[in-house]
Every structure is written in structure tokens, then in C-alpha cells.
Write a protein that binds this ligand. Sequence first.
Ligand code: NAD
Length: 452
Amino acid sequence: MKSALVTGTVTGIGKALCEELGKQGCNLTLIDIDGAALLEQRTALQAAHGIDVLVCAADVCSNSAVERAVREHVARFGGLDVAVLNAGVGERGDYLDPAIATEALEKTLDVDLRAVVSGARLLAQLMVQRGNGGRIITLASAAGIFPMTAGPYYAAAKAGVVHFVRSLAPRLAPHGVQLAAVCPQYVDTPLVQKMLQHQPEVAKAMMGPLFGQPLLQPSQVVAVIQQQLAAPLPQRGRRVPFREAYAGAGCVALLLQNGTVVDPFAANPAHGALQQTGARVVTSNSRTSSSSSSSSSSSSSSSSKQQPVSALAAASAASMARFSSRKAMQGFAAQPLPKAYSKLQVVRLSVKFAEAVQRVTVPMPLPAQLPAGTVLVRRLFVGINASDVNYTSGRYHGSAAAAKAALPYDAGFESVGIVVAAAPDAAAGLPVGSAAATMESGFSDYALLQAP
Ligand SMILES: NC(=O)c1ccc[n+]([C@@H]2O[C@H](COP(=O)([O-])OP(=O)(O)OC[C@H]3O[C@@H](n4cnc5c(N)ncnc54)[C@H](O)[C@@H]3O)[C@@H](O)[C@H]2O)c1
């Protein structure tokens, strides 16, 4: 990485990130509202790392100022491949306090949401237009995933960023542009320190069960940002399949209080919990971040004492893993197929279900010989309702004569199951392991169905 643009750089996570990028010889454009601190930061970064640093003293809410900084960055460094939208502010007061003007509270929405969405738009347009791909990393928050009752403006803004990223990332991916959100729990930065020092009661309400637990270090957040920056760029020209895009998997990294990194929207829960306690953060492919190793020994010893936090994190990860049951479904799909299966057939017309139906056993279709366009579904749940007795009595066939002529016919309607085999031309749309809801012949162990 030759150059990067970072917002909110003079303290906290942004400052730690710029140090790390500077160490790697990356030239930087820094945008921060604190102009004096920005000039000092430039001098320090240039002296420590010999890099070229542009500064822009501006409020990120000013679209024109951000646009100017982007233009200057491109002119100076010959392009813009990486941007980290990190600037942020906390909740500006109590939501229900009548003494606080709504406009004051709305600053949180402006900085934490509007500036991110509009800033990313500018960057995305530039990257798509230039056609070389690129990376836009946003700093959202765990408050964008879990509720934060004492910070509703902040939570709304950060949830907005998370959903924005999940919505836009699949659209940028075919252009080779990565859009991601990093969502830490509580980090030891001025944002949190000020609250702990000056408003401990607010901090208690805000942090809930995490109050009093060790804070994450900025270096741990930087390690997660670095992982995002090291991930392969999306493949240009490859459209993200709807299922993947809908899940939003892979573009949100949640950093829990104990150092665990979780993809809360992972399609496969086995990849969702990238488990590691302590200060070291390890990804699914076991890359270890050295930037955070300095505090690993103290954190790993404290993590064993911090059982409640670990338990909470594990519970959070487990509950998020339930967002997707793909692993369980693949387990079902992997079970060997029997030679035959059972189904209920209507053999005589009657409103008395037990009199109308009979269980029959039929041969299992061979997976290798499925007719074109079909999938074999193993049923796990079926629906039973009033329609079934209407069906067994022949009322859905137009006339009793038509119903009699159709005997025997398969009983049942709705079901939910798993695709266990697919004809080659149906496998791309409904691969083995997919969940399938069906609307016909529900009372059978298996069903051969036309793929949509
Ligand atoms: N600290 C945490 O616990 C925590 C947790 C989750 C997410 N985050 C997010 O991480 C990001 C960085 O937070 P931090 O903890 O390092 O905070 P911080 O207060 O230490 O740093 C924020 C930086 O943004 C700058 N900034 C603030 N408003 C700005 C504006 N309008 N225009 C330009 N610059 C502005 C500040 O001057 C500062 O340099 C924020 O988006 C924050 O919401 C923080």
C-alpha cells in the first residue's frame, strides 16, 4: 500500500492506525477537525517514518472539504486506493433531557453516519471510475449491532453504517472495490476515557455488563483494520450472488471485548467466530497481528480471569451464529441417502385424513440421474392445516370426478427442507446444503422438485 487517506487521526484509533501505516512507509492524507494537533501529527509522522503527509483541517461533515482533500491526495500521490473513514463522536447528551437541543444531539448522526455515507460515495465514485479497485474501511461500532440503550443516536448512526456497508459492498465488489465496517466494543481512547472520568454514571448505563471490564487497546482495532486491508480485493467482474449479498457476509468485523473477532453475518458460522481471546487477533486463515502482541501476555492472563466477559462474548457469538444454519444444513445434506423413502398418498376421498391416506414406500431417485432442472429435497418440517383435509376430500380438483380420476395422489403442501442433490443445471442456483421451502406434496420424506 503506497498511500492512504484517514479521517479522525489526531487521537485514539485513528492516531494508532496512522502510526502503523507510517511504520509501513505508507504516505498519508489526514483529515481532522483539530487543525493544530494535525500539524503536530504531520511533523511527528514525517520525522519518525520519513513519509509524505498531507493534512486537511476540516469537519468531515463538509462534503466540499473532503472532496478537496481527496483531489489533493490524488494529485500528490497519483491515485487513491485506501481510505479509512474513522472520525466519530459519541452521544452528545441524554436523549430524554429537555434542556438539550435536538440539533446538538443530531451532530452524532451527521458525523457518524451522514459524513460516512457521503464520504464513501465520493471515494466509491472515484475508485469505480478509475477502474483499479480500492478499499474503503469504515469504523462503525458494536453499538451498530447490539442495542445501546443509553446512546440511541450513536447506536442509530452506527447501525446505519453497518447496514449501509452491507447494502453497498456487493455493488462495489464487481468493480474490485472493498467496502467494510469494523465494529469494536469499548476501546481505550479519549472517546471512552472522557466518559469514564467525567460521567461514570453515564458510562455505567452505556456499557452495561462490560462496565469495569478491561478496555480493548487501539492496537487491537488497528490489527482488525489491517486484516481488512490485507484481505484479497473482490474479484473484478464477479457479481456477488444474491444469497451472499443478502447475508452481507464478509464485510462486517465485530471485535468483542475479549479480542474475539466475529463476522456477525457470516453465511457459515464456522467462519463467523474467528476465535481468539487476549490481545492477539487471529483470522480464519490464522494470520497473527504483531502490532497487538505487546499486550498479549497481560491480556491473555487477564482473559482467563474475565470469565464473564468471555462467556458473554461466546454467548454473543453463538447467538449470532444462529443467524445462519448453513453448517447444520450441510450436515443434513451430507447424510447418505436411503434406497427408498416414504410418503403419504391420498388413496380414497374423505375429509377424515387417516381414512383418506396411506403410507407408501418408493425408490429414491439416484442423485447422479436427476432430471434436468430438478433438485432433491430432504424434508425437515411440514405444515399441517385445514387445506389438507380439503385436499384429501378432493375439493381442490374442481369436481369429485376429477379428484377420483387423479387417485392416488401425493398428500401435503408446505414444507421446509434441505437440498441434498441437484441436477448439474440446477446446482448453481440451489446448491446442495441450501434451505428450500416447498408448496407441494409436503408429506413425504424426500421430494424431487423443479428448481425455480
Ligand atoms: N473508543 C471506542 O470504544 C469505540 C468503539 C467502537 C467504535 N469506535 C469508533 O471508532 C472511531 C474512532 O474513535 P476513537 O475512540 O478513536 O475516538 P477519539 O475521540 O479518540 O478520536 C476521534 C477522532 O475524530 C476526530 N473528529 C471528531 N469529529 C470530527 C469531525 N467532525 N471531523 C473531523 N474529525 C473529527 C477527533 O478530533 C479525533 O481525532 C469513531 O468512529 C468511533 O465511533 C470507538
